[in-house]
Design a protein around this ligand. Structure first.
Ligand SMILES: Cc1ncc(COP(=O)(O)O)c(C=O)c1O
Length: 408
Protein backbone atom coordinates (compact mmCIF):
# COMPACT_ATOMS: atom_id res chain seq x y z
CA UNK A 1 0.00 0.00 0.00
CA UNK A 2 1.27 3.51 -0.89
CA UNK A 3 2.06 6.02 1.85
CA UNK A 4 -0.54 8.40 3.29
CA UNK A 5 0.64 11.50 1.41
CA UNK A 6 0.69 9.74 -1.95
CA UNK A 7 -2.80 8.36 -1.33
CA UNK A 8 -4.08 11.77 -0.16
CA UNK A 9 -2.71 13.52 -3.25
CA UNK A 10 -4.25 11.00 -5.63
CA UNK A 11 -7.55 10.75 -3.76
CA UNK A 12 -8.05 14.48 -3.50
CA UNK A 13 -7.21 15.34 -7.12
CA UNK A 14 -9.09 12.57 -8.94
CA UNK A 15 -11.58 14.42 -11.16
CA UNK A 16 -14.99 12.70 -11.14
CA UNK A 17 -16.18 11.06 -14.35
CA UNK A 18 -19.63 12.54 -15.03
CA UNK A 19 -21.78 10.84 -17.65
CA UNK A 20 -24.53 13.43 -17.61
CA UNK A 21 -23.91 16.86 -19.09
CA UNK A 22 -23.56 19.61 -16.41
CA UNK A 23 -25.79 22.63 -17.05
CA UNK A 24 -23.08 25.14 -16.21
CA UNK A 25 -19.49 25.07 -17.42
CA UNK A 26 -17.36 23.56 -14.63
CA UNK A 27 -14.58 25.70 -13.17
CA UNK A 28 -11.45 23.76 -14.16
CA UNK A 29 -9.41 25.15 -11.28
CA UNK A 30 -6.30 23.23 -12.26
CA UNK A 31 -2.98 24.59 -13.52
CA UNK A 32 -1.90 21.32 -15.11
CA UNK A 33 -3.60 18.59 -17.18
CA UNK A 34 -1.80 15.25 -17.42
CA UNK A 35 -1.36 13.30 -20.65
CA UNK A 36 -1.37 9.49 -21.05
CA UNK A 37 2.24 9.51 -22.25
CA UNK A 38 5.02 11.91 -23.28
CA UNK A 39 4.10 11.76 -26.98
CA UNK A 40 0.61 13.01 -26.19
CA UNK A 41 2.00 15.81 -24.00
CA UNK A 42 4.40 16.90 -26.75
CA UNK A 43 1.55 16.85 -29.31
CA UNK A 44 -0.71 18.95 -27.06
CA UNK A 45 2.01 21.47 -26.26
CA UNK A 46 2.92 21.79 -29.93
CA UNK A 47 -0.75 22.18 -30.96
CA UNK A 48 -0.57 19.00 -33.08
CA UNK A 49 -3.66 17.73 -31.28
CA UNK A 50 -6.33 19.50 -29.21
CA UNK A 51 -5.97 19.29 -25.46
CA UNK A 52 -4.73 20.97 -22.34
CA UNK A 53 -1.40 20.90 -20.53
CA UNK A 54 -0.86 24.18 -18.67
CA UNK A 55 -3.46 26.85 -17.91
CA UNK A 56 -1.40 29.82 -19.06
CA UNK A 57 -1.48 28.28 -22.53
CA UNK A 58 -5.12 27.19 -22.36
CA UNK A 59 -7.73 26.19 -19.80
CA UNK A 60 -11.08 24.45 -20.55
CA UNK A 61 -13.25 27.02 -18.71
CA UNK A 62 -11.44 30.00 -20.25
CA UNK A 63 -11.56 28.32 -23.69
CA UNK A 64 -15.32 27.72 -23.26
CA UNK A 65 -15.79 31.44 -22.61
CA UNK A 66 -13.65 32.45 -25.61
CA UNK A 67 -15.61 30.06 -27.83
CA UNK A 68 -18.97 31.30 -26.51
CA UNK A 69 -18.09 34.96 -27.11
CA UNK A 70 -16.69 34.13 -30.56
CA UNK A 71 -19.99 32.44 -31.42
CA UNK A 72 -21.98 35.49 -30.26
CA UNK A 73 -19.65 37.83 -32.20
CA UNK A 74 -20.12 35.75 -35.37
CA UNK A 75 -16.41 34.80 -35.37
CA UNK A 76 -14.79 31.37 -35.73
CA UNK A 77 -12.25 31.62 -32.90
CA UNK A 78 -11.44 33.55 -29.74
CA UNK A 79 -9.00 33.78 -26.85
CA UNK A 80 -9.68 35.05 -23.33
CA UNK A 81 -7.41 37.35 -21.30
CA UNK A 82 -7.16 38.55 -17.71
CA UNK A 83 -8.38 42.06 -18.65
CA UNK A 84 -9.54 44.01 -21.67
CA UNK A 85 -6.21 45.88 -21.82
CA UNK A 86 -4.32 42.55 -21.86
CA UNK A 87 -6.47 41.47 -24.83
CA UNK A 88 -5.82 44.73 -26.71
CA UNK A 89 -2.08 44.61 -25.92
CA UNK A 90 -1.70 41.01 -27.16
CA UNK A 91 -3.76 41.80 -30.27
CA UNK A 92 -1.45 44.69 -31.21
CA UNK A 93 1.68 42.66 -30.49
CA UNK A 94 0.37 39.83 -32.69
CA UNK A 95 0.06 42.21 -35.66
CA UNK A 96 2.84 44.80 -35.30
CA UNK A 97 6.64 45.05 -35.43
CA UNK A 98 9.01 47.98 -34.81
CA UNK A 99 8.67 50.48 -37.66
CA UNK A 100 5.01 49.59 -38.34
CA UNK A 101 2.26 52.17 -38.38
CA UNK A 102 -1.28 52.22 -36.93
CA UNK A 103 -4.11 54.56 -37.87
CA UNK A 104 -6.40 54.86 -34.86
CA UNK A 105 -9.50 56.72 -33.77
CA UNK A 106 -8.75 59.92 -31.88
CA UNK A 107 -11.56 59.13 -29.41
CA UNK A 108 -10.84 55.99 -27.43
CA UNK A 109 -10.38 54.65 -23.91
CA UNK A 110 -7.52 56.51 -22.15
CA UNK A 111 -5.42 53.42 -21.40
CA UNK A 112 -5.63 52.24 -25.01
CA UNK A 113 -4.37 55.63 -26.16
CA UNK A 114 -1.59 55.43 -23.58
CA UNK A 115 -0.74 51.88 -24.74
CA UNK A 116 -0.44 53.16 -28.31
CA UNK A 117 1.56 56.32 -27.60
CA UNK A 118 3.69 55.42 -24.60
CA UNK A 119 4.12 51.61 -24.67
CA UNK A 120 4.01 50.79 -28.40
CA UNK A 121 5.42 54.22 -29.29
CA UNK A 122 8.45 53.38 -27.16
CA UNK A 123 8.94 50.19 -29.18
CA UNK A 124 9.06 52.07 -32.49
CA UNK A 125 5.42 51.58 -33.52
CA UNK A 126 3.87 54.86 -34.66
CA UNK A 127 0.18 55.82 -34.38
CA UNK A 128 -1.62 58.49 -36.38
CA UNK A 129 -4.93 59.55 -34.83
CA UNK A 130 -7.95 60.45 -37.00
CA UNK A 131 -11.62 61.23 -36.57
CA UNK A 132 -13.27 57.84 -37.34
CA UNK A 133 -16.50 59.53 -38.44
CA UNK A 134 -14.62 61.42 -41.20
CA UNK A 135 -14.11 58.65 -43.78
CA UNK A 136 -12.17 60.95 -46.14
CA UNK A 137 -9.70 61.74 -43.31
CA UNK A 138 -9.35 58.02 -42.51
CA UNK A 139 -8.65 57.29 -46.19
CA UNK A 140 -6.04 60.08 -46.39
CA UNK A 141 -4.32 58.70 -43.26
CA UNK A 142 -4.34 55.14 -44.66
CA UNK A 143 -3.04 56.30 -48.06
CA UNK A 144 -0.36 58.54 -46.49
CA UNK A 145 2.00 55.70 -45.60
CA UNK A 146 1.90 51.88 -45.37
CA UNK A 147 -0.42 51.02 -42.47
CA UNK A 148 -0.59 47.67 -40.71
CA UNK A 149 -3.65 48.26 -38.46
CA UNK A 150 -6.75 50.44 -38.46
CA UNK A 151 -8.14 50.61 -34.91
CA UNK A 152 -11.54 52.01 -33.84
CA UNK A 153 -14.17 51.58 -31.12
CA UNK A 154 -17.71 50.67 -32.26
CA UNK A 155 -19.04 53.33 -29.88
CA UNK A 156 -16.24 55.49 -28.53
CA UNK A 157 -15.24 56.07 -24.93
CA UNK A 158 -16.22 58.64 -23.72
CA UNK A 159 -17.80 60.81 -26.42
CA UNK A 160 -20.10 58.13 -27.96
CA UNK A 161 -18.87 58.60 -31.56
CA UNK A 162 -20.30 55.70 -33.63
CA UNK A 163 -17.86 54.23 -36.17
CA UNK A 164 -19.23 52.97 -39.49
CA UNK A 165 -17.55 49.55 -39.25
CA UNK A 166 -18.53 48.30 -42.74
CA UNK A 167 -17.18 51.43 -44.44
CA UNK A 168 -14.00 51.38 -42.34
CA UNK A 169 -13.45 47.66 -43.10
CA UNK A 170 -13.69 48.43 -46.79
CA UNK A 171 -11.17 51.31 -46.49
CA UNK A 172 -8.76 49.26 -44.33
CA UNK A 173 -8.78 46.31 -46.73
CA UNK A 174 -8.32 48.48 -49.81
CA UNK A 175 -5.15 49.85 -48.16
CA UNK A 176 -3.85 46.48 -46.95
CA UNK A 177 -4.58 47.13 -43.25
CA UNK A 178 -6.16 44.84 -40.64
CA UNK A 179 -9.26 46.34 -39.01
CA UNK A 180 -9.40 45.84 -35.23
CA UNK A 181 -12.56 47.04 -33.44
CA UNK A 182 -13.09 47.49 -29.70
CA UNK A 183 -16.73 46.46 -29.20
CA UNK A 184 -16.86 47.03 -25.42
CA UNK A 185 -19.54 49.78 -25.38
CA UNK A 186 -21.84 47.90 -27.79
CA UNK A 187 -21.35 44.23 -26.85
CA UNK A 188 -22.18 41.56 -29.45
CA UNK A 189 -25.86 42.01 -28.67
CA UNK A 190 -25.90 45.51 -30.19
CA UNK A 191 -23.23 45.09 -32.86
CA UNK A 192 -21.09 42.33 -34.39
CA UNK A 193 -18.14 44.03 -36.10
CA UNK A 194 -16.77 40.77 -37.60
CA UNK A 195 -20.05 40.31 -39.51
CA UNK A 196 -19.56 43.87 -40.84
CA UNK A 197 -16.05 43.10 -42.13
CA UNK A 198 -13.71 43.69 -39.14
CA UNK A 199 -10.79 41.25 -38.91
CA UNK A 200 -10.52 41.16 -35.13
CA UNK A 201 -12.87 42.32 -32.39
CA UNK A 202 -11.58 43.02 -28.88
CA UNK A 203 -13.76 43.48 -25.86
CA UNK A 204 -13.40 44.15 -22.16
CA UNK A 205 -15.33 41.28 -20.53
CA UNK A 206 -15.21 43.35 -17.34
CA UNK A 207 -18.15 45.41 -18.68
CA UNK A 208 -21.39 44.27 -20.35
CA UNK A 209 -20.39 40.65 -21.07
CA UNK A 210 -20.14 39.84 -17.36
CA UNK A 211 -22.33 42.77 -16.34
CA UNK A 212 -22.06 42.78 -12.55
CA UNK A 213 -18.79 44.66 -11.76
CA UNK A 214 -17.37 41.60 -10.02
CA UNK A 215 -14.83 40.18 -12.49
CA UNK A 216 -12.16 41.39 -14.94
CA UNK A 217 -11.64 39.78 -18.35
CA UNK A 218 -10.84 40.52 -22.00
CA UNK A 219 -11.64 38.60 -25.19
CA UNK A 220 -10.32 38.73 -28.76
CA UNK A 221 -12.30 37.10 -31.59
CA UNK A 222 -11.56 36.61 -35.28
CA UNK A 223 -10.37 34.02 -37.78
CA UNK A 224 -8.54 30.92 -36.47
CA UNK A 225 -5.32 32.08 -38.20
CA UNK A 226 -5.32 35.53 -36.52
CA UNK A 227 -6.36 34.09 -33.14
CA UNK A 228 -3.47 31.57 -33.26
CA UNK A 229 -1.08 34.54 -33.52
CA UNK A 230 -2.81 36.22 -30.55
CA UNK A 231 -2.61 32.97 -28.56
CA UNK A 232 1.12 32.70 -29.28
CA UNK A 233 1.64 36.19 -27.79
CA UNK A 234 -0.57 35.28 -24.79
CA UNK A 235 1.50 32.16 -24.12
CA UNK A 236 4.70 34.21 -23.90
CA UNK A 237 3.31 37.31 -22.16
CA UNK A 238 1.08 35.44 -19.73
CA UNK A 239 -2.08 37.49 -19.19
CA UNK A 240 -4.42 34.52 -19.76
CA UNK A 241 -7.79 34.44 -18.02
CA UNK A 242 -8.16 32.46 -14.78
CA UNK A 243 -10.93 29.78 -14.79
CA UNK A 244 -12.98 31.27 -11.93
CA UNK A 245 -13.06 34.62 -13.74
CA UNK A 246 -14.06 32.84 -16.97
CA UNK A 247 -16.92 31.14 -15.12
CA UNK A 248 -18.22 34.50 -13.85
CA UNK A 249 -18.20 36.01 -17.35
CA UNK A 250 -19.90 32.88 -18.74
CA UNK A 251 -22.60 33.38 -16.12
CA UNK A 252 -23.32 36.84 -17.55
CA UNK A 253 -23.75 35.81 -21.18
CA UNK A 254 -27.23 34.20 -21.03
CA UNK A 255 -28.70 37.45 -19.70
CA UNK A 256 -26.73 39.79 -22.00
CA UNK A 257 -29.71 40.40 -24.31
CA UNK A 258 -32.09 41.14 -21.43
CA UNK A 259 -29.61 43.46 -19.76
CA UNK A 260 -28.69 45.31 -22.98
CA UNK A 261 -32.38 45.87 -23.80
CA UNK A 262 -32.96 47.36 -20.33
CA UNK A 263 -29.71 49.40 -20.32
CA UNK A 264 -30.62 50.77 -23.77
CA UNK A 265 -34.26 51.56 -22.98
CA UNK A 266 -33.39 53.38 -19.74
CA UNK A 267 -30.44 55.29 -21.28
CA UNK A 268 -32.54 56.36 -24.29
CA UNK A 269 -35.37 57.61 -22.05
CA UNK A 270 -33.00 59.52 -19.76
CA UNK A 271 -30.95 60.99 -22.63
CA UNK A 272 -34.13 62.16 -24.34
CA UNK A 273 -35.38 63.76 -21.10
CA UNK A 274 -32.01 65.35 -20.23
CA UNK A 275 -31.70 66.91 -23.68
CA UNK A 276 -34.82 68.96 -22.94
CA UNK A 277 -33.71 70.23 -19.49
CA UNK A 278 -32.45 73.79 -18.86
CA UNK A 279 -28.75 73.84 -17.96
CA UNK A 280 -27.92 70.89 -20.25
CA UNK A 281 -25.88 71.92 -23.30
CA UNK A 282 -25.40 68.60 -25.11
CA UNK A 283 -26.35 64.96 -24.67
CA UNK A 284 -24.58 62.32 -26.78
CA UNK A 285 -26.55 59.08 -27.14
CA UNK A 286 -26.83 57.10 -30.42
CA UNK A 287 -30.65 56.86 -30.22
CA UNK A 288 -31.09 60.67 -30.16
CA UNK A 289 -31.92 62.24 -33.54
CA UNK A 290 -29.40 64.99 -32.61
CA UNK A 291 -26.52 62.47 -32.42
CA UNK A 292 -24.02 63.23 -35.24
CA UNK A 293 -23.90 59.55 -36.33
CA UNK A 294 -27.56 58.75 -35.62
CA UNK A 295 -28.07 57.26 -39.11
CA UNK A 296 -25.00 55.00 -38.81
CA UNK A 297 -26.21 53.92 -35.37
CA UNK A 298 -29.65 53.04 -36.75
CA UNK A 299 -28.06 50.84 -39.42
CA UNK A 300 -25.45 49.25 -37.21
CA UNK A 301 -26.72 48.97 -33.64
CA UNK A 302 -29.67 46.86 -32.48
CA UNK A 303 -30.46 49.58 -29.89
CA UNK A 304 -28.85 52.76 -28.56
CA UNK A 305 -26.86 51.13 -25.73
CA UNK A 306 -26.49 52.05 -22.09
CA UNK A 307 -23.82 54.75 -22.42
CA UNK A 308 -24.26 58.48 -22.89
CA UNK A 309 -22.22 61.63 -22.37
CA UNK A 310 -23.41 65.00 -21.18
CA UNK A 311 -22.15 68.58 -21.24
CA UNK A 312 -23.66 70.98 -18.74
CA UNK A 313 -23.96 74.70 -19.44
CA UNK A 314 -21.95 75.59 -16.32
CA UNK A 315 -18.86 73.58 -17.40
CA UNK A 316 -16.64 71.80 -14.88
CA UNK A 317 -18.11 73.46 -11.73
CA UNK A 318 -21.67 72.53 -12.67
CA UNK A 319 -20.49 69.03 -13.61
CA UNK A 320 -18.90 68.50 -10.21
CA UNK A 321 -22.01 69.80 -8.40
CA UNK A 322 -24.20 67.52 -10.51
CA UNK A 323 -22.11 64.41 -9.86
CA UNK A 324 -21.79 65.10 -6.14
CA UNK A 325 -25.55 65.63 -5.73
CA UNK A 326 -26.46 62.26 -7.29
CA UNK A 327 -27.59 59.61 -4.81
CA UNK A 328 -28.48 56.58 -6.99
CA UNK A 329 -25.43 56.23 -9.33
CA UNK A 330 -21.99 55.15 -8.19
CA UNK A 331 -19.15 57.66 -8.65
CA UNK A 332 -16.48 55.39 -10.11
CA UNK A 333 -14.57 54.54 -13.28
CA UNK A 334 -16.05 51.44 -14.92
CA UNK A 335 -19.19 50.78 -17.02
CA UNK A 336 -21.58 48.10 -18.25
CA UNK A 337 -22.79 47.09 -14.80
CA UNK A 338 -26.03 46.57 -12.89
CA UNK A 339 -25.26 49.91 -11.18
CA UNK A 340 -25.52 53.25 -12.92
CA UNK A 341 -22.01 54.69 -12.97
CA UNK A 342 -21.05 58.32 -13.45
CA UNK A 343 -17.53 59.41 -14.32
CA UNK A 344 -15.76 62.65 -15.11
CA UNK A 345 -13.49 61.38 -17.94
CA UNK A 346 -10.96 64.25 -17.86
CA UNK A 347 -9.96 63.35 -14.28
CA UNK A 348 -10.62 59.57 -14.28
CA UNK A 349 -10.84 57.30 -17.36
CA UNK A 350 -8.80 59.69 -19.55
CA UNK A 351 -6.46 61.11 -16.88
CA UNK A 352 -3.38 59.80 -18.80
CA UNK A 353 -4.07 62.20 -21.68
CA UNK A 354 -2.29 65.53 -22.00
CA UNK A 355 -4.40 68.71 -22.41
CA UNK A 356 -3.97 68.71 -26.22
CA UNK A 357 -4.89 65.02 -26.42
CA UNK A 358 -8.04 65.67 -24.36
CA UNK A 359 -9.04 68.48 -26.73
CA UNK A 360 -8.40 66.25 -29.78
CA UNK A 361 -10.52 63.48 -28.24
CA UNK A 362 -13.37 65.95 -27.55
CA UNK A 363 -13.05 65.37 -23.79
CA UNK A 364 -14.02 68.90 -22.72
CA UNK A 365 -13.52 69.72 -19.00
CA UNK A 366 -17.27 69.62 -18.25
CA UNK A 367 -17.99 66.31 -20.02
CA UNK A 368 -19.68 63.65 -17.87
CA UNK A 369 -20.05 60.00 -18.86
CA UNK A 370 -22.92 57.79 -17.73
CA UNK A 371 -23.28 54.04 -17.86
CA UNK A 372 -26.96 53.48 -17.12
CA UNK A 373 -27.57 50.44 -14.95
CA UNK A 374 -30.59 48.26 -14.28
CA UNK A 375 -32.22 50.37 -11.56
CA UNK A 376 -35.81 51.62 -11.98
CA UNK A 377 -35.58 54.38 -14.54
CA UNK A 378 -37.94 56.73 -12.70
CA UNK A 379 -35.66 56.61 -9.63
CA UNK A 380 -32.78 57.67 -11.87
CA UNK A 381 -34.80 60.46 -13.54
CA UNK A 382 -35.88 61.93 -10.20
CA UNK A 383 -32.30 61.76 -8.93
CA UNK A 384 -31.00 63.47 -12.11
CA UNK A 385 -33.67 66.14 -11.70
CA UNK A 386 -32.59 67.11 -8.18
CA UNK A 387 -28.89 66.93 -9.16
CA UNK A 388 -29.52 69.25 -12.13
CA UNK A 389 -31.17 71.70 -9.73
CA UNK A 390 -27.96 71.68 -7.62
CA UNK A 391 -25.83 72.20 -10.72
CA UNK A 392 -28.00 75.13 -11.84
CA UNK A 393 -27.79 76.82 -8.43
CA UNK A 394 -23.98 76.45 -8.41
CA UNK A 395 -23.84 78.06 -11.87
CA UNK A 396 -26.21 80.86 -10.77
CA UNK A 397 -24.22 81.67 -7.59
CA UNK A 398 -21.00 81.62 -9.65
CA UNK A 399 -22.55 84.14 -12.07
CA UNK A 400 -23.53 86.36 -9.11
CA UNK A 401 -20.01 86.12 -7.65
CA UNK A 402 -18.40 86.99 -11.01
CA UNK A 403 -20.88 89.86 -11.43
CA UNK A 404 -20.05 91.21 -7.93
CA UNK A 405 -16.31 90.93 -8.55
CA UNK A 406 -16.70 92.86 -11.80
CA UNK A 407 -18.55 95.71 -10.05
CA UNK A 408 -16.13 98.66 -9.57
C1 LIG B 1 -13.66 50.86 -24.48
C2 LIG B 1 -12.79 50.13 -23.50
N1 LIG B 1 -11.91 49.24 -23.96
C3 LIG B 1 -11.10 48.55 -23.13
C4 LIG B 1 -11.13 48.77 -21.77
C5 LIG B 1 -10.18 48.03 -20.88
O1 LIG B 1 -10.83 47.01 -20.20
P1 LIG B 1 -10.28 46.42 -18.80
O2 LIG B 1 -10.52 47.44 -17.76
O3 LIG B 1 -11.04 45.14 -18.65
O4 LIG B 1 -8.81 46.18 -19.00
C6 LIG B 1 -12.02 49.70 -21.24
C7 LIG B 1 -12.08 49.96 -19.79
O5 LIG B 1 -12.80 50.79 -19.30
C8 LIG B 1 -12.88 50.41 -22.13
O6 LIG B 1 -13.75 51.33 -21.70
Amino acid sequence: MKGFSTRAIHAATRAPAVDQQPNAVPIYQSVTFSSQNSDELADVLNARRPGYAYSRIDNPTSAALAQAVAELEGAKAGFAFATGMAAIHATFLSLLRAGDRIVATHVMYGSTRSLLTRVLGGLGIRTEFVDPSDLAAVERALAGSATRVLYVETVSNPTIVVSDVAALADLAHRHGATLVVDNTFASPYLCRPVELGADLVVESGTKYLSGHSDVMAGIVCGSPALIEKVRAIATDTGASLAPLAAFLVLRGLPTLALRMERHSASASALADWLERQPGVDRVYHPALASHPQHETARRQLAAGGGMFALELAGGRGAGRAFIDALTVPERTASLGSIHTIVAHPASTTHRQLKEAELVEAGVVPGLLRFSIGLEDVEDLRLDFEQALESARSVSASRRVAIGAAATP
